[in-house]
Design a protein around this ligand. Structure first.
Ligand SMILES: Cc1cc2nc3c(=O)[nH]c(=O)nc-3n(C[C@H](O)[C@H](O)[C@H](O)COP(=O)(O)O)c2cc1C
Length: 355
């Protein structure tokens, strides 16, 4: 269990708890995983700077071990005002059904990435992880000057090579099984759905920094297999979603615990960006939408009031229920127990192979 990644970070086990923005990745979850010897992560992509600062301080109150903070690299959007108004008009039917105001005022589609980055620099977080692209060179340099470990996300070998050249210290290889948003940034998401089993060894052959396997890894068998494929760690999201420390909505946790491997699909209906989640009525209905779905983060901002009102009403049919394909293996164990069990199972699996 001693790998190039655990040595780089000075952690006991090669298990990263995936940064899960939108509620699940709480300071409690990140600290519990770090205290158990893995690397906990905050999913801070949607948070304004003050909330990121508070969450980092909360993690530090709970642990003195390393942890990661994850952000979304902004992209250019090409959506027109007409596309945005048409979508807003379409979404008003859902708002009416939920009893909320039509056409909500939206001050900003997403928080300022530069302001978010500044908090990570000020707080000198141990690890900066990111997805959806590559941050500007100055950001990478500022992180490096402060000794912050930089972890990028790749869904193809080409993206991994590009991330290494840009200065990433480790690369998450996000297979198509993965829950949540696709990190794809060099091609269309639909063209970059490479399974974890295929992606990890091909990427490990082409980069010299540690590769972190991600997507469908739920237990020690997945960890042992990932190490055999050339990964130096795994990043597990769905495995932690139903833990008591996860901030996922109760309905989301219930569905994670009761769904099977064929329950998910990839959709851009919620956010304008491809993401894997448990299928909902909203995803199905939106397939029939004739117009263009506005790009991320515009669509994400447009559906926010609907997702929030559905959550308040405990109505999962309109909520985003991000989850990966390993659903049958999800448990409601405490985060530290998931880490301990995964390590024990991996050791047993490796022992069985060599015995
Ligand atoms: C609910 C949820 C939210 C996610 N949010 C993020 C995020 O904010 N940033 C990120 O880099 N990855 C995010 N991911 C993707 C994970 O980093 C990881 O690739 C994925 O969880 C691995 O697949 P698994 O869920 O099968 O373990 C999210 C995944 C889930 C399930």
């Amino acid at each position: 269990m001693n790998t190039s990644f655990t040595r780089k970070l000075g952690i006991a086990y090669p298990i990263v708890q995936a940064p899960m923005a939108g509620g699940p990745a709480t300071p409690e979850l990140a600290a519990a995983v770090s205290n158990a010897g893995g690397l906990g992560s905050l999913g801070a992509g949607y948070w304004p700077p003050a909330q990121i600062r508070d969450a980092i301080r909360e993690v530090r109150r709970r642990t003195d071990r390393p942890f990661a903070v994850n952000l979304f690299v902004p992209e250019r959007t090409g959506s027109t005002d007409d596309e945005i108004s048409a979508m807003n008009a379409h979404l008003n039917a859902y708002r009416e059904r939920l009893g909320i105001e039509p056409n909500p005022a939206i001050a900003a589609y997403a928080p300022s990435f530069e302001d978010q980055v500044q908090v990570l620099l000020d707080e000198k977080v141990p690890v900066f992880s990111f997805t959806f692209g590559i941050p500007p060179a100055e950001t990478i340099q500022s992180m490096r000057r402060r000794g912050i470990v930089i972890v990028g996300t790749a869904t193809t070998v080409e993206e991994g090579i590009t991330l290494e050249a840009a200065g990433a210290d480790a690369i998450v290889a996000q297979g198509s099984e993965a829950g949540g948003h696709r990190g794809t940034f060099l091609s269309e998401a639909a063209d970059a759905l490479i399974g974890t089993l295929a992606l990890v060894p091909q990427l490990a052959d082409r980069v010299s920094v540690p590769v972190i396997a991600s997507g469908g890894i739920m237990d020690g068998r997945g960890l042992a297999a990932s190490l055999a494929l050339g990964a130096s760690a795994v990043q597990m999201g769905t495995a932690f979603l139903a833990s008591p420390e996860s901030g996922a909505h109760a309905a989301h946790k219930r569905l994670v615990l009761s769904s099977a491997e064929d329950a998910t699909a990839i959709t851009d209906a919620y956010s304008g960006k491809a993401a894997r989640g448990i299928r909902t009525d909203f995803m199905r209905d939106m397939r029939a939408y004739q117009g263009a779905i506005p790009d991320y983060p515009i669509q994400n901002a447009l559906t926010k009031d609907i997702r929030q009102a559905a959550a308040r009403a405990d109505d999962p049919s309109l909520m985003s229920l991000w989850a990966g394909q390993g659903l049958r293996l999800a448990t409601e164990q405490a985060a530290a127990d998931i880490v301990k069990r995964t390590i024990a199972e991996a050791q047993a699996a490796i022992g069985k192979l060599s015995g």
